[in-house]
Design a protein around this ligand. Structure first.
Ligand code: GUN
Ligand code: FE
Length: 433
């Protein structure tokens, strides 16, 4: 790094300055671009020819010509403790939780085990170009500690919180409303707002929390408005029926969360498949975000997310890998599967829209767009370097793609971790391929 803490990267640059669906001119592509980073933030971003002459003498320039710089991806729903549950076949949600997930999550009571998996998990995110994630640990306080510590060491932006679950699950994974609340409060004191970390109150889903636990979760959220909430909703039909039995007076599954004050801006609900119009309207009004998790929804046979309705009613939509129900850490793969899910619905996903979901759209939904989401000056310099020549097929098909929209579509359809040549966090290389 230069004496002034400044460095520059020469490559093609693609990012979104707005929602391409509603804001014309949102997409910015610079074929021969220069990204100038100073003290971890973007100082300038534009054409090489225009910016290079003004660069302070002695500023190191990394030559990445032939590659594309894109903003780091934002994965809004993923379970780090399910890293080793990935590719567990034969069941839908509820049986899959019992058979594979709960036994594995039990192991995270051991801090050393949790630490080792957290480190692998975060490195895997970085290998895939993901620099910000909203993550589920397990019920164990130590599992959240391990994750926050590993993220802090990598200087990553991360939202997470100890899972709350006090019923309808194995004894070995249960907390109590009081213990869950106390552990959450201690973790908030220790980690929320420290560096780039934020805390999410994390009731696993309505089925595994008592009314008392949800009530305390809502109360905590009320007391500390800067926190996040994360949970699951309306993923699987059997799950929806079960929640209706458990909360007979609620209008819908989503309404359970609403009654406890858990539907607000900065709340992220994974799946949101089996909702009705009232629910979707309520999501939109509340400012809570939906996390569409296509690889998981296909793998667990959960159902098809309705993007068009979410959009029509104005709900915030983001994208999650949902590993280990999901089958890939790659947001490129996740976009490709999202496209296919929407095809089965008779809907489509343009490539610009797809990249918006994975970057600025998610940043806005999480109210982090002052910090991340694109490479505008002042933002944190989190980015992925994409190699369109990563595989013979990608290289060949990419070369034949006519315009930006087609190239991005080829990238998301054929790309995966192999296409991520490097990932930078706050302007420093965090994953060299
Ligand atoms: N609903 C409650 N817990 C889970 C989980 O771990 N994964 C998924 N996909 N859905 C859930
Ligand atoms: Fe999940």
């Amino acid at each position: 790094m230069s004496a002034a803490g400044r460095r520059a990267f020469r490559a093609s640059i693609f990012h979104l300055l707005g929602d391409p669906g509603t804001e014309p001119g949102a997409a910015e592509f610079v074929a021969d671009g220069l990204l100038v980073v100073r003290d971890g933030r973007v100082e300038r971003c534009g054409g090489y020819a225009a910016l290079a002459p003004a660069l302070a003498p002695g500023t190191p320039i990394e030559d990445l010509r032939g590659k594309w710089i894109v903003p780091g991806f934002v994965d809004t729903h993923v379970h780090y403790a399910q890293t080793d549950v990935i590719a567990s076949p034969g069941e839908q949600l509820l049986a899959w939780l019992e058979k594979y997930t709960f036994p594995e999550e039990r192991r995270f009571g051991d801090p050393a085990y949790a630490r080792a998996v957290a480190e692998f998990f975060l490195d895997e995110l970085l290998r895939n170009g993901t620099t910000t994630a909203v993550v589920f640990p397990t019920v164990h306080k130590a599992s959240a500690e391990a994750l926050f510590a590993a993220a802090a060491a990598r200087r990553m932006r991360l939202v997470a919180g100890k899972v709350l679950m006090d019923r309808n699950c194995p004894e070995f994974l249960r907390d109590t409303p009081e213990q869950g609340d106390e552990d959450s409060r201690e973790l908030i004191e220790r980690w929320h707002g420290r560096g780039r970390l934020a805390y999410a109150i994390t009731p696993r889903f309505a089925a595994t929390s008592s009314e008392r636990q949800l009530e305390l979760a809502g109360r905590l959220y009320d007391e500390r408005p800067g926190l996040y909430v994360q949970s699951h909703v309306a993923e699987n039909r059997d799950e929806v029926r079960w929640v209706a039995e458990l909360f007979p007076s609620a209008r819908s599954y989503l309404d359970v969360y609403d009654r406890f004050g858990l539907l607000r801006p900065r709340a992220v609900y994974a799946h949101c498949i089996h909702l009705d119009e009232t629910d979707r309207r309520r999501m939109a009004q509340s400012g809570a975000a939906m996390s569409f998790c296509p690889t998981s929804n296909l793998f667990l046979g959960s159902g098809l997310f309705d993007r068009a309705e979410a959009r029509r009613l104005g709900a915030r939509v983001t994208l999650g890998t949902d590993v280990g129900g999901g089958t890939s850490f790659s947001m490129l793969r996740t976009l490709a599967e999202g496209y296919k899910v929407l095809q089965l619905r008779g809907q489509t996903l343009s490539s610009l829209d797809a990249f918006y979901l994975a970057t600025l759209g998610a940043a806005r939904a999480l109210e982090l767009d002052a910090h991340i989401g694109n490479l505008a000056p002042g933002k944190e310099a989190d980015f992925a370097v994409i190699d369109p020549g990563a595989t013979p097929l990608l290289e060949r098909r990419f070369a034949r793609a006519g315009d930006l929209v087609e190239r991005l579509f080829v990238l998301m359809t054929l790309g995966d971790d192999r296409a991520v040549a490097a990932t930078y966090v706050l302007g420093e290389r965090a994953h060299p391929r």
